[in-house]
Design a protein around this ligand. Structure first.
Ligand SMILES: [Cu+2]
Length: 275
């Protein structure tokens, strides 16, 4: 009798863990969307990666990514979202290095991109894709270069201004203290350094005013550490606004990308999320 009870308990824990995990995936991949409830069974997917041996810093190399379904079969077709079939965010584990890449689909679930790493150390890849007719999926991959890396990125949450060429980017938070799970407005206000006038000549980037990736500083990353926010429509031309919530307290780094006269700029800031 006791044994039977134990088995039932274990099954319950497994089911609970599995359902919690799939909810976590859906929330992360759809952090800015309502969960879909089309009644269809949710499929799971995974990304596998192949990179050459002996990657060296500052030397370009190829990243091959294979998207497979839960039966290990290659996924043949993908839906476009934000103008691409795959968005790949490559960061160093100290979050000092950031690249936003768009691997090209070579067919049958095989994607290919070039990449270059700036120094030795460990890196994480957040791979965002949408198998045809399915929800947006997020898979995590890891790679590294052996050896001594650059000194760690300095975590400075007081810095709210950044100069990029002739543009001054100022980060505004509303409310000014970010609390966990609370909707927060993040505004990136762009001014000309020369005369402090609003920046003109912003073009849409990937179909939106700007693109924002946020990753929580962690010793071991999970997909819950990754937030992809969509820029709000309208508002002043020189202000890029995002509404998002942070699922856990802690330190987060954010990278806002925008297109200024054909050049993709990246403004990065640290924020602290209070419990
Ligand atoms: Cu992208």
């Amino acid at each position: 009798m006791q044994k039977k009870y134990l088995i039932i308990s274990i099954c319950f824990v497994l089911i609970w863990t599995a359902s919690t995990f799939s909810i976590a995936i859906a929330q992360d991949a759809h952090s800015q969307h309502q969960a879909h409830s089309d009644g269809a069974a949710e499929k799971s997917f995974k990304a596998e990666m192949s990179v050459p041996d002996g990657i060296r810093q500052e030397e370009p190399f190829k990243i091959k990514i294979f998207i497979k379904d839960d039966k290990g079969q290659n996924v043949p077709d993908f839906d476009m979202f934000q103008e691409k079939l795959m968005h790949l965010i490559l960061v160093s584990n100290d979050l000092g290095f950031f690249r936003h890449l768009h691997p090209e689909h070579q067919g049958n679930g095989y994607f290919l991109t070039d990449a270059t790493l700036s120094s030795a150390g460990d890196y994480t890849l957040f791979c965002d894709y949408k198998p045809a007719g399915q929800k947006e999926q997020l898979s995590m991959l890891k790679l590294g270069i052996k050896g001594k890396g650059k000194p760690s990125d300095i975590t400075d949450t007081r810095k709210t201004e950044k100069i990029l060429d002739d543009i001054k980017v100022r980060l505004e938070l509303s409310p000014t203290t970010i609390k966990v799970n609370q909707e927060t407005m993040l505004t990136f206000d762009l001014k000309q350094t020369m005369d402090n006038s609003p920046v003109k000549g912003l073009k849409p980037y990937l179909g939106e005013k700007g693109h924002l990736v946020i990753i929580k500083k962690s010793s071991v990353f999970t997909i819950r550490n990754y937030i992809h926010a969509h820029a709000m429509k309208g508002g002043e031309d020189s202000k890029i606004e995002f509404m998002t919530a942070f699922p856990e307290a802690g330190l987060y780094k954010m990278w806002c990308q925008f297109d200024h006269k054909g050049k993709i700029m990246v403004a990065d800031f640290w924020v602290n999320v209070q419990p």
